[in-house]
Design a protein. Structure first.
Length: 404
């Protein structure tokens, strides 16, 4: 929770914020929404002793308690969390019993439309189901993490938006010989990706690494909570969806890196780029990738967002337009951030969230925004709210002060 401090000077609030904003730079969402944070990384591998014990470890009290703690992070004041905590031991015991006796059934998803500015359908799981999602990912994520390529950047420890952008710039600088030669970039994403993930294909991919029928039963239960008549799709906003998205498109990663042998490749969820000095080579690879996606994963490249671009013209990637010598932030992303900032300030005023959550939100977005030419923009935004939080100190700030 935020700690009020009336003896700590806040005259340098704005400068300190700008200097220290790096902690959350790797979150999935460029606006640092908690719902899209990376998968929980609490040394889950220590829970996993032997492959044959997967189900036993998954259902253990220790794992469920860890899952609960991960699920409640940054949501401690929300009614659903407080309600679950009222009878915490009983609720965790009930979940464990339901798992052990194969009685667990997810509650219906709560769906709402988010316009930010693109219209998206977000499906929210009940809190008890989110605990199960964390319990599942705690156990199976370490198994798949070892299979992922280095240049897959979404929802992984030590990766994220900022690292993906830096990797893109590294490849661009290397290929262009410090911006002295032209570079072509294949920029693409996958059409309606989360709606088109085929459950049977996903389960076959997972089954190559996990052969425990009880764990596979639970995965089917989680997937079927959103299934259509065609058994396709995953809900945006679920932890398991983020993880399964990486598992599914790891097949694409392996194809790109080991079949067509494209070296300068970066993927973030379903957005990816490949850099090369030859436009013809990228055209050939584009056709091979499109064929692979259709044949193996039943997916299509987005026809309007798949292009080969000369680097000097600038490439839209993860909310920024990246040129050889500078980067700018898209105006729609700035507008989106301002709307979310207004909303989060209202929640703080109403006592729905703590200052720690406000600070995390601001710190994450600023760490991302600092990578573009946005110094004046950031200072202008912070200047509008500095008086509001002048007497507030987050735990992070408090700990930094203590170390000094």
């Amino acid at each position: 929770m935020g700690i009020k401090s009336y003896d700590v000077g806040r005259a340098s609030w704005l400068n300190n914020f700008y200097s220290n904003s790096s902690f959350n730079a790797d979150d999935r969402d460029v606006n640092n929404r908690n719902a899209l944070r990376g998968i929980a990384h609490h040394n889950a591998e220590t829970l996993l002793l032997k492959p044959r014990n997967l189900w036993k470890v998954l259902c253990s009290t220790k794992n469920l308690e860890l899952a609960y703690k991960n699920a409640r992070k940054h949501k401690t004041l929300r009614p659903c969390v407080l309600e679950f905590e009222e009878n915490l031991t009983e609720n965790l015991d009930l979940l464990r019993t339901e798992l052990l006796f194969h009685l667990y059934k997810p509650k219906p998803l709560k769906t709402f439309i988010l316009r930010d500015p693109k219209t998206r359908k977000i499906s929210k799981s009940d809190f008890r189901d989110r605990v199960i999602h964390h319990a599942l990912c705690n156990i199976i994520e370490p198994i798949f993490e070892k299979l992922f390529i280095y240049d897959s950047y979404a929802n992984r420890k030590g990766k994220g938006t900022l690292k993906a952008i830096q990797r893109f710039e590294f490849f661009l600088k290397k290929l262009s010989k410090n911006n002295t030669s032209q570079v072509f970039i294949l920029k693409s994403d996958i059409r309606h990706y989360f709606d088109e993930v085929d459950h049977s294909i996903l389960l076959k991919i997972i089954g190559k690494r996990i052969n425990d029928p009880k764990v596979l039963w639970l995965i089917r239960r989680v997937l079927s909570n959103y299934s259509t008549s065609e058994e396709k799709g995953m809900p945006l906003g679920n932890l398991t969806s983020q993880f399964f998205a990486n598992v599914y498109l790891n097949e694409l990663d392996q194809f790109v890196k080991h079949k067509i042998r494209a070296k300068n490749y970066v993927r973030y969820v379903d957005d990816f780029v490949i850099l090369h000095s030859s436009e013809q080579q990228l055209t050939e690879w584009k056709e091979k990738i499109a064929g692979f996606l259709r044949e193996k994963l039943v997916l299509d490249l987005h026809p309007e967002k798949t292009r080969i671009i000369l680097s000097v013209h600038g490439v839209d990637f993860l909310g920024l337009k990246i040129f050889p010598f500078h980067k700018i932030m898209k105006k729609r992303n700035v507008r989106s951030f301002k709307r979310k900032l207004k909303l989060i300030c209202e929640k703080f005023d109403n006592g729905e969230i703590t200052y720690d959550e406000v600070y995390d939100f601001l710190e994450g977005w600023i760490a991302y925004a600092k990578n573009a030419d946005t110094y004046n923009l950031i200072r202008k935004i912070l200047d509008t709210i500095k008086d509001k939080f002048q007497s507030e100190v987050s735990l992070k700030e408090y700990n930094r002060l203590r170390k000094k």
